[in-house]
Ligand binder design. Sequence first.
Ligand code: COI
Length: 355
Amino acid sequence: MREYPVQYAAVRKPKPDPSTLVFGKTFTDHMFLMDYTAGQGWHDGRIVPYAPLSLDPSAMVFHYAQEVFEGLKAYRNPQGGVQLFRPMENVKRINASCARMCIPPLPEEDALAAIRQLVGLERDWVPDQPGTSLYIRPFIIATTPSLGVHAAHNYIFCIICCPVGAYYAEGINPVRIYVESEDVRAVRGGTGYTKCGGNYAASIRAGERAEAAGYAQVLWLDGVHRKYIEEVGSMNVLFKVDGAVITPALTGSVLPGITRKSCLELLKSWDVPVEERLITAEELFAAAGAGKLEEAFGSGTAAVVSPIGEMGWEDRHVVVNGGKIGPLTQKLYDTLTGIQWGTQPDPFGWVVPVD
Ligand code: COI
């Protein structure tokens, strides 16, 4: 495996109390950097002390948002080792995002080696309290100083890490989500299936409105018909209706979530009927009205498996499973986190040890 040069941080930061971790606020001592120059390709991969980046104010990322990112986690297993969950899926997905955003793809093995080496160096930052992990944020930004609207000639690939607890203040307790009828997050042919900052920038206004109304996140409808369910703010969404698990099909405007994919693979291995298809909000609320909406949950790297206890849509309101986590959601959460934290067997070979 490729090994990158390391410039060690002279001063190490104090580690936060693992019982008070807030998502994405504390960063480790080092970060990974690699440059891209047109004609030269990706070069000069290195680990350096965590520090601000210095960029020209005309760097293209600031103006036209040519950037992509990923999110994955490192977990402390019961033997004290550190392991990753399906990291090659993230590498492949960042390259799929790059293809859409005209960013040169990363050499896959080199990107994986960078993640493993950085996490190995930061292994003392991987917390060991239940439910905690080290969140890894790889991202690529366009750095060419130019205001012309074109693909850049220069990029930086950077990886930063932060110890995290639960993404939602609610933890594993069910969250309230609101079906957004006005703003849309993405349209087919756009960038909805990529992890690019612009998708999230477009989501902030509706997210703020939902929060002000007491909801944790927004449930997005498709941008054309405004009736098909797509995804929730920071996670994919799945519903158990009349015994089957249904989830929006990956039509191009939905993020192909790695946790989503893992949930579907687990459900199929348990012989739970699974349907990936178009789902209208009307169908969902009608199913709830008929007592057939048994469970609802989101899936994502940050959110893991997060039960949905209530849904609002204009003047309609439904409570799912009495506002409590359902048995299938709980089983998925337990199995997935058991594999991720190494407390359960890994029959699919999803776990990659760091050292
Ligand atoms: C993740 O789950 O890793 C994400 O990237 C969602 C996020 C925007 C917090």
